[in-house]
Design a protein around this ligand. Structure first.
Ligand code: ISL
Ligand code: CA
Length: 565
């Protein structure tokens, strides 16, 4: 086991819940908090240590909760504050913490702050937002575009000014340069932290320090100053975890956010490995350009940058991303093997794993044939942008089918029953038709299923200090279809190997390091205790322990105790 002063969030595994699509308890077709409580045993069986709970605050749900109208209330469709407190207590009874989503770069235009701000220029709330006068011809102050399409400037006739909205027209950016606004945010954060939550995932925290006149939005001049103030006012001295989402952070800037002496955050969610597969011009709606050597280089750079300080988050999936088996490997004949391979190579690196709901049973992308099947504000907004720029419906549909955020938001498939055990009535979003074959009940009934594999990986992390503390070395960096690395802690070495190829791959015998490698886990049959094969079946994965360490440390026994037959 790792030593006692290792923070809990380094040995724990995280699990992200998108509440609208997780589990519906009252038959309205919308996931809710009591539905989450009813599935906590599933999460406890998986062995996760905390949940990242996407927003459950009161919201008009134009961005499914990432547009908050009241930071102190629970959205009625998700439940009540009592339901939330019950979730925190029931999760704690299973040694699971609840980490909330902090969305404070912007709020909803339904928030009373914005309603007051639109009534008068003189009320204090007016300066909680960024306002600019129109140009002489009445047009917006500049041509900045919003993430979800259209101008980033929203005209408010009653005030005769434009308000800055980085995402959607009903998501006005909060003016973090106003100390009164920051005080409102810190008070709210402390109110939730005092309620016993386990920390925060911070939505687009990179944007809070923006200078809109200089059009410097990402990692703006005041971002670190504000995060350090937030740390002093809310985070310091608490046994919590904080993870900041940043689309612009790089290995070169990561330690500015999560270096141990920075007084800011514990981790960041970076997207370098995600955006490397995006078309530079078309972004997520272009073709999938995934390339394994590029992917490996990025992951290795992040492992190296945070090897001695800071801490990595390890993920392939979240509520904004396509399903990994569909995006990186095979969601057909080799779906189960692919799900296992991707999990092994991703989650045994140095850092904290984040499993996204449904990933633990290998859920796949849906098949959207028509535009009206998409519901996400970004998909629909970007469709309008592409059409206005003369793009083709077919091309956009192809890109959206590969990479739209909607794929992650189809309801979790619990059983093969009507509505997949997600609800007793038609869900808010269509189920993936493959729920009859791919569901929690069926997968968990299979001792060789995806869930069983994830469960073993989570336990391996807890049982083997080399997984949490070991160094990382990427092997075969240029190999086009094999990801292989070794973790080392003193005499203990763990070797992880995965093939991304749909065809068999032959490795040169000298490709792998010397060692007395004993097989711990493989996704192809039960090749017990053989050396590393040089001929790899499609989407093969294997994890080996160098048993020459066996004589000196109880790692083998620890590993076996973590890997029940
Ligand atoms: O791809 C994107 C940016 O290039 C967008 O999906 C999104 O703006 C980005 O991922 C930031 O996401 C976060 O903030 C958004 C919210 O819609 C996302 O769900 C959240 O994860 C605004 O709050
Ligand atoms: Ca419900």
């Amino acid at each position: 086991m790792t030593d006692s002063n290792t923070p809990w969030w380094k040995t724990a595994t995280g699990y992200q819940i998108y509440p609208r699509s997780f589990c519906d308890s009252n038959g309205d077709g919308i996931g809710d908090i009591p539905g989450i409580v009813s599935r906590l045993d599933h999460l406890a069986d998986l062995g996760i240590g905390f949940v990242w709970l996407s927003p459950v605050y009161a919201s008009p749900m134009r961005d499914n909760g990432y547009d908050i109208a009241d930071y102190y209330a629970i959205a009625p469709e998700f439940g009540t504050l009592d339901d939330f407190d019950a979730l925190v207590a029931e999760a704690a009874a299973r040694q699971i913490r609840i980490v909330m989503d902090l969305v404070v770069n912007h709020c909803s235009s339904d928030h009373t702050w914005f309603r007051k701000a639109c009534e008068s220029r003189d009320c204090p709330e007016h300066e909680y937002f960024y306002w600019r006068d129109p140009r002489p011809d009445g047009s917006p102050p500049d041509d900045q575009r919003a993430c979800f399409g259209g101008s980033a400037w929203h005209w408010v006739p009653a005030i005769g000014r434009y308000c800055y909205c980085h995402f959607g027209p009903q998501q006005p950016d909060l003016n973090w340069h106003n100390p009164a606004l920051r005080t409102e945010i810190y008070n709210m954060m402390n109110w939730w932290l005092d309620r016993g939550i386990g920390g925060f995932r911070m939505d687009v925290i990179e944007l809070v320090g923006k200078d809109i006149d200089a059009r410097h939005y990402y990692e703006g001049p005041d971002m670190h100053r504000f995060i350090q103030e937030m740390h002093r006012e809310c985070l310091a001295g608490r046994d919590i975890v904080t993870i900041g989402e940043s689309w612009s952070v790089t290995p070169g800037t990561a330690l500015d956010y999560c270096g141990r002496d920075r007084g800011e955050l514990n981790m960041v969610f970076s997207f370098n490995h995600i955006q490397a597969a995006w078309d530079p011009a078309k972004g997520r709606f272009g073709p999938n350009l995934f390339d394994l050597p590029t992917h490996k280089k990025i992951l290795a750079d992040w492992q190296s940058a945070l090897a001695e300080d800071g801490w990595n988050s390890l993920y392939l999936s979240n509520h904004d991303l396509p399903r990994p088996v569909s995006h990186y490997a095979d969601d057909g004949v080799h779906r189960v093997r692919s799900a296992k391979m991707l999990a092994a190579v991703t989650y045994l690196m140095k850092g904290t794993p984040f499993i996204f709901q449904g990933e633990e049973i290998g859920m796949t992308n849906a098949r959207f044939e028509r535009l009206d099947q998409f519901q996400d504000i970004e998909t629909l907004g970007q469709f309008r942008e592409v059409m206005a720029a003369g793009g083709s419906v077919e091309e956009f549909l192809a890109g959206a089918n590969a990479n739209a955020r909607d794929h992650a938001r189809t309801p979790v498939q619990w059983t093969a029953d009507t509505w997949a055990g997600f609800s007793t009535s038609e869900p808010w979003m269509a189920l993936n038709p493959n729920y009859r074959e791919i569901n929690v009940a069926a997968d968990r009934a299979d001792p060789d299923g995806v869930f069983a594999w994830y469960r073993k990986l989570v336990r391996l992390r807890r049982a083997l200090p080399v997984v949490v503390e070991g160094t990382f070395e990427m092997l075969l960096p240029e190999h086009p279809s094999v990801l292989c690395y070794v973790r080392t802690l003193g005499p203990t070495r763990l070797l992880v190997l995965g093939s991304y190829s749909a065809d068999p791959v032959t490795l040169p015998p000298a490709a792998l390091p010397e060692g007395n490698w004993d097989l711990l886990l493989t996704n192809v049959g039960d090749i017990a205790h053989v050396a590393i094969p040089t001929s790899l079946p499609p989407f093969f994965a294997g994890v080996w322990l160098d048993v020459s360490a066996r004589k000196t440390t109880p790692t083998r026994q620890a590993a076996e105790s973590a890997l029940p037959s």
